[in-house]
Write a protein that binds this ligand. Structure first.
Ligand SMILES: Cc1ncc(COP(=O)(O)O)c(C=O)c1O
Length: 372
């Protein structure tokens, strides 16, 4: 069975366990605690009021695709025609489409280790072989072009900002990787779901360096709408019809009400406030956690801190379970994200307010003194 190679998304198991403790501190879940703007809620109510319960066309609402294109123009100076944008059920839906468009049975998909756990499981579902390439703090968790040589990969999947490490790819590195992929006919798939949540500089989109890159983004993180299950995929011009046919078959259309609500999502003022809140949380948690664990570099984006806890344990999964049991502090074990030294790491999400984070830090401080 294809399923046999799949593994649990461990964070979701931890979420289930943590929910058993009413006093739990949550560093595990990677979703914003902030609600979306009032305008989004109003658009959703209006859509309900107007009985917008039908499917949309498979590519998605034209008005929303138009807004996404305007966003790329404003943010990156990149022009894309709306017909190249496909709305998907979460960005999760976009991976299935992108992999189906670029890979055949047995083909190799390049992934970094560590990386977002679901990439490899999507690959397994489609009989695609993941080719893991180690990344570490020496190169700020960026993949190097030299690592691609002789790997015989057909497509490369990266994320920037990355989950779990929070690093972003510099424009130079992104360009180098794209140049290599263009030259060697490797499809470049760029997960940009955490764009917008970049705190000290601006992130580049792969489309700035590769007009045929497959770019994935969505409304779950920066736009604070994870449960609306809405993402998008930008496909190369020559793949639009194929993408549409895949979408028609596997999900018909992305959720209609969510698409109407998302028409109000590109609200610069609201988004700037959201980013500022996450920046403050990052600064707070980074300063606190680096006194408890080894944090090799300050993450530039997303909402995660990747902490080396090896001075306390060589099995961070057991450590996470014990921490949850004994002090009700939930964090995600590194092994969710790969095998490259990940047993030494925990991922901490700063997706709660500072008071909540502070309480977690205080509990850990007292508890860690008793370890070893
Ligand atoms: C890097 C990355 N990509 C994709 C996803 C999928 O998110 P969604 O399907 O909600 O867009 C996540 C979720 O945590 C993620 O961290």
């Amino acid at each position: 069975m294809r399923y046999d190679k799949m593994s649990a998304f461990i964070v979701m198991d931890i979420v289930r366990e943590a929910a058993k403790y009413p006093n739990a501190i949550h560093f595990e879940i990677g979703q914003p605690d902030l609600p979306p703007s009032e305008n989004i809620k109003m658009a959703l109510k209006n859509a309900v009021e107007h009985n917008c319960f039908a499917y949309t066309e498979s590519l998605g609402l034209p008005a929303l695709r138009e807004k996404i294109c305007q966003y790329y123009d404003r943010t990156y100076g990149v022009t894309i025609p709306p017909h190249r944008v496909l709305l998907t059920p979460g960005s999760s839906g976009a991976f299935l489409v992108a992999y189906t468009l670029t890979l055949s049975d047995g083909d190799k998909l390049g992934l970094t280790d560590p990386s977002y756990p679901c990439y490899k499981n999507f690959a397994y579902m489609l009989d695609i072989q993941p080719e893991f390439m180690p990344v570490d703090y020496h190169n700020c968790y960026q993949l190097r072009v030299e690592q691609l040589k002789d790997k015989n990969i057909k497509a490369l999947q990266i994320s920037s900002p990355a989950n779990p490490t929070g690093n972003i790819y510099t424009p130079e590195c992104l360009k180098e990787l794209n140049d290599y992929c263009i030259e060697h006919k490797i499809d470049f798939i760029s997960d940009e779901l955490y764009h917008g949540l970049v705190y000290d500089e601006t992130a580049s989109t792969a489309l700035q360096f590769n007009p045929n890159a497959y770019v994935i983004n969505g409304f779950s993180k920066y736009f604070c709408m994870p449960g609306m299950r809405l993402g998008w995929l930008i496909v190369p011009e020559h793949k639009v019809r194929e993408a549409e046919i895949i979408a028609q078959n596997i999900f018909i259309s992305a959720p209609t009400l969510s698409q109407y609500a998302a028409l109000e999502a590109f609200d610069e003022e609201f988004l700037a406030t959201t980013k500022q809140i996450f920046r403050q949380r990052r600064d707070f948690l980074y300063n606190e956690l680096k006194q408890l664990f080894t944090i090799e570099f300050k993450p530039q984006g997303a909402f995660y801190l990747w902490a080396d806890v090896s001075k306390y344990t060589d099995d961070s999964y057991e450590f996470a379970k014990k921490m949850l049991r004994e002090i009700q502090v939930a964090a995600t074990p590194g092994i969710d994200f790969g095998t490259n030294g990940t047993k030494h790491y925990l991922r901490f999400a700063y997706t709660r307010d500072i008071e909540h984070l502070r309480e977690g830090v205080e509990r850990m401080k007292t508890w860690l003194k008793k370890q070893n």
